[in-house]
Ligand binder design. Structure first.
Ligand code: SIN
Length: 197
């Protein structure tokens, strides 16, 4: 079943009357904001782990050859590190469109790296969305990423930029760094198009 996540997200009016709200980013939202924000702070959320288990038919792949992008999977005790942005609620409308391939807004508690906590929103593509690809060996996910391109560019750039951004934040994410290693090995063996198009 295909969820109309844009329509569902529009129903989340919880923060509409707020002057500003925190948005937690853990994938492309870390390295490519592309929206106005008042401030940004490294942060983490509990109970979720980052996984490249979401297929991308519209950004980093095509319906015929979907790529793989990040979503969050519930895991007791896990901590996911990323970037929090303080935005005005009107920014959600364009974000709902950007995250339309299965991502729903979820309210979460954020812990800031420089101290303090607050409530915010994170976009999560759950297991019940049509593009959820689920677990697979990292070598297989890396092969898919190496081969996929979409309207937003090469799938490889999504992974490489995320790995670089996490390193800059001082975050160790074994899943992402294993995928990066596997991808770089594939690109060494089979360089492909250097322009990432
Ligand atoms: C996010 O970055 O927080 C959501 C997933 C993505 O847009 O890559």
């Amino acid at each position: 079943m295909t969820l109309d996540t844009t329509a569902l997200n529009r129903r989340m009016t919880h923060f509409d009357q707020h002057d500003s709200v925190w948005l937690f980013g853990y994938g492309s939202l870390i390295w490519k904001a592309g929206f106005p924000y008042r401030e940004r702070r490294p942060a983490s959320i509990r109970g979720w782990t980052r996984r490249f288990w979401q297929a991308s038919h519209d950004h980093r792949g095509t319906p015929e050859a979907p790529g793989r992008v990040a979503t969050l999977v519930a895991e007791a005790g896990a901590v996911c590190h990323g970037m929090a942005y303080r935005i005005t609620p009107d920014v959600f409308a364009p974000l709902d469109v950007r995250e339309k391939n299965g991502y729903l807004r979820v309210i979460t508690e954020l812990t800031f790296a420089d101290g303090g906590q607050d409530t915010g929103v994170v976009y999560i593509a759950g297991e019940d969305n049509a593009a959820f690809a689920g677990p697979a060996p990292e070598s297989e996910i890396a092969r898919r990423i190496a081969a996929s391109h979409g309207p937003s560019g090469a799938n490889r750039d999504y992974l490489l930029k995320l790995a670089e951004a996490l390193r800059e934040l001082g975050v160790d994410d074994p899943h992402v760094f294993t995928l990066e290693r596997e991808l770089l090995a594939l690109l060494r063996d089979r360089p492909g198009r250097a322009d990432g198009a």
